[in-house]
Design a binder for this molecule. Structure first.
Ligand code: SF4
Length: 302
């Protein structure tokens, strides 16, 4: 029997919304708030409900709620938005929330608001945390957020682990995965890859290689043999590689060799490789962290 490879496409069924607009106080070196500019914006509860009502009418099946953070890495506006998040939940939209750091009280409020999927980066090295985010925090502080989300009973906890976050070099990815293993059961692990992004302080770094991605995915697969592991859309995908699409494919094939179950926005070359390895491809209109049991709520086809 052939194995299924899940190919995810986010647009147009799962739009991203920034609940802080373009505001962010952290100015992380790999992002600098650049990614917020590509999101829809809703900075008040009323705006969020109005926007989601319209998106639902236009056919959206779910939303990603994200946004900028304060200097401690907590999401701006999150608490005041939670009553509106509850209303979105009642519209039957699937909600993925990028949480930022949360304590036990905030995690419980997020669970009460009906968030389906909570995601957050997991970083395994305090030097990387300081270098990239400018925060004096440890890997255990990141883990605490996951423990709080887990203990609050949020149905699906989906950590993101970024390969090469330390300016393109491997450092702390294995620790991040090992710590996660000790305390929670992730529903999906999203492996993302540092993308040198125009307009950020890391625009000119050399991105990680395919073998770095393979090593990290293979380790995740070893620690979490039964967990869905996907390659996230946030990875070098061509333009930043000076047109060198072979490097894009290196990363995708590295992830495949490591043992991923699916990828967001896979290239057609990657899909050809997947088929040649005997997988059946299931195309799904959603984020890669979509739990398998939610797939009948979104558009998909083999
Ligand atoms: S990663 Fe998040 S917190 Fe950091 S600069 Fe970008 S939006 Fe702000």
């Amino acid at each position: 029997m052939s194995r299924v490879f899940r190919a995810y496409n986010v647009w147009p069924d799962f739009p991203s919304i920034s609940i802080s607009g373009e505001a962010c106080s952290l100015d992380c070196r790999h992002c600098g708030g650049v990614y917020l500019k590509d999101m829809a914006q809703a900075t008040t509860p009323n705006q969020l409900v109005t926007l989601c009502t319209r998106l639902k009418e236009e056919g959206a099946r779910g939303v990603l709620l994200s946004g900028g953070c304060d200097r401690q890495g907590q999401m701006l506006n999150l608490e005041k938005m939670l009553p509106a998040v509850r209303k979105i939940h009642e519209m039957d939209l699937i909600i993925k929330l990028h949480t930022g750091f949360v304590d036990a009280r905030m995690a419980r409020k997020i669970a009460e608001a009906g968030v389906d999927i909570a995601s957050m980066e997991m970083v395994g090295d305090s030097k990387t945390i300081k270098l990239i985010f400018g925060i004096d925090a440890t890997a255990e502080d990141y883990l605490d957020t996951f423990i709080n989300l887990w203990n609050a009973g949020i149905p699906h906890i989906c950590p993101h682990v970024c390969v090469g976050l330390h300016e393109g070099k491997l450092k702390g990815e294995t620790t991040a995965l090992e710590l996660l293993k000790t305390e929670i059961k992730p529903s999906t692990i999203a492996i993302i890859v540092l993308r040198p992004t125009k307009g950020t302080k890391l625009a000119r770094i050399r991105p990680p290689a395919g073998e770095d991605v393979e090593k990290t995915v293979a380790y995740a697969r070893k620690l979490f043999p039964k967990t869905k592991i996907i390659l996230g859309a946030l990875r070098p995908r061509g333009s930043e590689l000076k047109g060198n699409l072979e490097k894009r494919l290196d990363i995708e094939i590295g992830a495949l060799e490591g043992g991923i179950d699916g990828a967001e926005v896979p290239s057609k070359e990657m899909l050809a490789e997947v088929l040649s390895r005997g997988f059946k491809v299931k195309k799904i209109q959603a984020y890669g962290v979509l739990p398998v049991e939610y797939e009948d709520r979104v558009r998909s086809e083999f």
